[in-house]
Design a protein around this ligand. Sequence first.
Ligand SMILES: NC(=O)c1ccc[n+]([C@@H]2O[C@H](COP(=O)([O-])OP(=O)(O)OC[C@H]3O[C@@H](n4cnc5c(N)ncnc54)[C@H](OP(=O)(O)O)[C@@H]3O)[C@@H](O)[C@H]2O)c1
Length: 321
Amino acid sequence: MSVIERVREQHPALKLRGLTRNPDSLASQLLKAKGVEMVAADMSDEESLVAAFKGATAIFAMTDFWKPFFAHLSSGHPDPWVVSETEEVDKGKKIAQAAATTLSTLTHFIFSSLPDPVRSSGGRIRTLAHINGKAKISQYIENLSPDPEGRKLADVTISLWCGYFMENYIEFDINKPRKRADGAFVISNPANPSIPIPHLAARNDVGLFVSALLNHPPQSLKGKPVVAASTTLTYKEAAANFSKVCGYKVKYEQMPAGQLTRSLPGIGAVFEDMFNYLNDFGFWGNMETLNADDIQVKGNLTTFEDFVRQHDWARFFADPE
Ligand SMILES: NC(=O)c1ccc[n+]([C@@H]2O[C@H](COP(=O)([O-])OP(=O)(O)OC[C@H]3O[C@@H](n4cnc5c(N)ncnc54)[C@H](OP(=O)(O)O)[C@@H]3O)[C@@H](O)[C@H]2O)c1
């Protein structure tokens, strides 16, 4: 949604087409009312994507790991991580194949990806299915054969790597600030307190990066991924922002090794691997990247303090049940 909104504001001459599984949804209707053409398409159905992409000059595409993952988890699938990664990669390949059918018009294919944790960790961390799949899709795009006229999707592709969503503090249990039974206000996970985490107000700011990227021919970025983040904070600094805005003394506590794995059977171990990966290899896996300044992002990116001010945290800091 933020992509359509921000591109509408910054590139008013562009004709926008939004893809959705449900053009009758409220979100689709709101976009239609703003002049966006909303078309039905499903990432699992390549033909629907080919039709929806036809004649496009720019495509922004992302795949969602989490909703299918939680659906598999709650239906008791024996390996929700593996099946969700396989499905995400399959959708990403279909998006890429469909985009490659319109290379005669396409100048920008902006794909929301992430760095390859297997490669960055020298093969040590292999379990991060929610990241591995995106890296596999990027590899697939890189290797996709040229079209009959010799045009390659990779030549118009920009990888956009999104930072840690500020919305995680609201939407993901392990990231929520909370009041503990002993009365302390805490954020707690296995990250080292001094590890810098690039933060992004995803629901508002991804579109500012996509808008800026439309001003750059992909080849001018020389294959470097672009990171979408407005600020870089440690969790300790994030907790200090909560203290400042909410008026409670909120502290960050690093969880002891093994606690997350034990407390969330079935999913905690992968999250613990993810935090260990951040501790050892950094959020971007020590890869060379471009940032907001490099691509001249226009408009105000959301600071973390702004983000905290924009939301009501009272329910998170209420007494534990
Ligand atoms: N949390 C983080 O810190 C973080 C950081 C970096 C990257 N990410 C990645 O961000 C992704 C989630 O992003 P988000 O929260 O922005 O997702 P989201 O709000 O759930 O949006 C998902 C979008 O995908 C569309 N969609 C889903 N399945 C589809 C299908 N089969 N066919 C067509 N459209 C489909 C939905 O549209 P309709 O419902 O209208 O069809 C919706 O617009 C995850 O893959 C996650 O790994 C997260």
